[in-house]
Structures are given as structure tokens and as C-alpha cells.
Write a protein that binds this ligand. Structure first.
Ligand code: AP5
Length: 219
């Protein structure tokens, strides 16, 4: 099963991606996580991506498309994968279609996670992330048991640079202008389904699993 998790910043793509990856035993591919890791390691790719990410803009398509191509060709994607944060515009969607066609694959489901704007802002401004393992926390909804320390690996918990208020607005605007047109794109292909993204993370996971099951493509 090849799945795209779609939605605005803070909709819960990463949270659901991790849960579904565990449930189905296929990898979650988060372009945001891969880019952040490159920034942290100061790689040439990271140095190129950093300034775009800091202002909430999209990193140039060719950089991200090449990165995804390499990742999807790895052996662990043989049984399927979950894309989180990619594609982000029509050019990336076209590039994905081409690269999958080249290896005899296609996208089976695009699940759009719907969350009201006020809730998105609450989720993003309260999000905290572990520097060590990337685990996601929220100061109110899902705080770590010990302040600033990851429950899972003991790593330091920090606030992402792009989760500051002014950058959140810029990211939402980029989403509206460049990413939202993909709803029409995938609806026309007959593979887009929206899911209510409010409620507990577990409830949302079950809704997504229900949609995937209904469409008869459960791995
Ligand atoms: P990226 O990392 O992809 O950021 P994003 O799309 O803005 O998404 P987020 O990670 O902010 O949110 P999410 O939907 O994963 O929500 P999460 O589960 O964390 O991209 C960052 C940057 O990288 C981009 O701005 C761009 O510069 C670059 N980039 C990445 N991909 C690119 C591409 N394809 N092309 C070009 N550039 C690209 O949840 C958010 C918070 O809410 C967490 O605290 C979580 O604990 C909490 N939460 C989740 N679910 C619930 C729930 N049900 N109830 C309560 N709280 C919840």
C-alpha cells in the first residue's frame, strides 16, 4: 500500500504517519524530518534547505524530488510506504507519478486530514520535538513526564524554529496557495479522501484505517 498523508501544517500528518507505519509495518517518509536531519548534520542539502525552512517557504522542488526518489527506491519500501509532507505542489505530484510509474508503482490512497485553523495554531505553537529521536510532544495535549526531557530516549526537547507565530502564518499561506490545489488533483484521480482530524490521535488513526479498509487495499 502506497499512501500519502495530506493536510496543512500541524494537521497531524507526522503523528498519524508514525502510528500507521507501526500498524502496517511500512516506513513513514517525512520530507520535513529528512530535511531537518540534513540541517542538523550541516550537509550541503541541509545548508541549501535551511533558509527556506526558517521562513516557512518550500524548499526547491528538484532538491526534494531527488531526496524522495532515493528514499522510495530503498528496499524497505518494497511492500509500501507512507508519504508525509510530500508532494507539496502539482509539480511534485507530477514528479512522484513519473518516478512511481518508472518502477511499476502508484499511489493507492491520499488521506487529507481536516483540522480547523484555530486548532492548527494551538497544535503548532504548543508542539515540542525531541532532538534525539524526533518524538513529538505538545505542552498541553501530550507533555513529556519530565520537563524538556524525552520520555522515549532521554534526549533534549525543543521548539522547532518554524513553529514561531509569524512563521506559522507564512506556512499556512504557502499551504493555501501551493499545496491545497492537490485536493482537486487527487480527487480527479479518484484516490482522495478527507478524514476528520479532530479528536484523539488514536480516534483519527482508526478513522484512517477504516477508510483504507473500505477502499479494499489493506496490506
Ligand atoms: P514539515 O515538517 O513537513 O512540516 P508541516 O507540513 O508544516 O507539518 P508539521 O510537521 O508542522 O505538522 P504535522 O501535520 O506533521 O503535525 P504533527 O503530527 O507534528 O515541513 C517543514 C518544512 O520543510 C516546510 O515548511 C518546508 O520548508 C520544508 N519541506 C518539507 N517537505 C517539503 C516538500 N515536499 N517540498 C518543499 N519543502 C518541503 O502534529 C502537530 C502537533 O499537534 C504536535 O505537537 C502533536 O503532538 C499534536 N497533535 C497531533 N495530533 C493531535 C491530536 N489528534 N490532538 C491533539 N494534538 C495533536
Amino acid at each position: 500500500m502506497n499512501l500519502i498523508l495530506f493536510g496543512p501544517p500541524g494537521a497531524g500528518k507526522g503523528t498519524q504517519g508514525k502510528a500507521l507505519a507501526e500498524r502496517f509495518g511500512i516506513p513513514q517518509i517525512s520530507t520535513g524530518d529528512i530535511l531537518r536531519e540534513n540541517v542538523r548534520m550541516n550537509t550541503p542539502l541541509g545548508m541549501k534547505a535551511k533558509e527556506y525552512m526558517e521562513r516557512g517557504a518550500l524548499v526547491p522542488d528538484e532538491v526534494v524530488v531527488d531526496m524522495v526518489k532515493v528514499r522510495i527506491s530503498r528496499d524497505d519500501c518494497r511492500r509500501g510506504f507512507i508519504l508525509d509532507g510530500f508532494p507539496r505542489n502539482v509539480a511534485q505530484a507530477e514528479a512522484l507519478r513519473e518516478m512511481l510509474r518508472g518502477i511499476g508503482k502508484q499511489i493507492d490512497h491520499v488521506i487529507g486530514i481536516d483540522v480547523p485553523k484555530e486548532e492548527i495554531i494551538r497544535r503548532l505553537s504548543g508542539r515540542r520535538v525531541c532532538r534525539g529521536c524526533g518524538a513529538n510532544y505538545h505542552v498541553i495535549y501530550n507533555p513529556p513526564s519530565k520537563d524538556s526531557v524525552c520520555d522515549r530516549c532521554g534526549g533534549e526537547i525543543y521548539q522547532r524554529d518554524d513553529d514561531r507565530e509569524e512563521t506559522i502564518e507564512a506556512r499556512l499561506e504557502v499551504y493555501r496557495q501551493q499545496t491545497l490545489p492537490l485536493v482537486d488533483y487527487y480527487t480527479r484521480m479518484g484516490i482522495y479522501r478527507a478524514v476528520d482530524g479532530t479528536g484523539s490521535a488514536e480516534q483519527i488513526t482508526e478513522r484512517i484505517v477504516g477508510i483504507i479498509g473500505q477502499r479494499g487495499n489493506n496490506p
